[in-house]
Design a protein around this ligand. Sequence first.
Ligand code: G3P
Length: 217
Amino acid sequence: MKFFVDTADVPAIAELNALGMVDGVTTNPSLILKSGRDILEVTKEICSIVSGPVSAEVVALTADEMIAEGRKLAEIAPNITVKVPLTWDGLKTCKVLSDEGKMVNVTLCFSVNQALLAAKAGATFISPFVGRLDDINLDGMELISDIRQVYDNYGFDTQILAASIRTVNHVTQCALVGADVMTAPPSVIKSLINHPLTDKGIDQFMKDWAKTGQKIL
Ligand code: G3P
């Protein structure tokens, strides 16, 4: 499963990238707001660090305007993925831009039927929002699993990019049900390493090593 980082925080991306943990990046208008940066500048900087797909989201609501915004965003770097919402205008934009050879991420997906439409419109990625379904007492992970089954039933090559990932358990479940990609905030990715038995084991080894009186270097 590929790891995308869901942030526009450049130092956080660089830190994880140096560890080989960044296969791509996703941003959205809320994350650009949080960064306090200009969208074109910060996206260009991210693309200079990360070689995998970097999603930059359009903000227009009509297809013509979304297409124009998408083309402008795609000029930033060859690894830009234009992110469009799951509306008919977004799907029209997806079809036009994917026919031009651009990568497109269709976002704000909350149903299997929406995921089917995105695949038929040529989406490179579909972004079902796990956490936001959980927020309203639905099962976000069930949606990932259902889309996996439907895409596999028909051989769609649109990649399932599980988004709105909030917990380490979400990450495990995504991997178990076969999401192609998961995108999570840096804090979630950094928490994946935590295990009290690892900490306890290191503590014991350190105590025993001190008793040997030896040195390696
Ligand atoms: O990738 C989508 C993500 O940014 C939304 O996450 O936690 O706001 O639902 P969240």
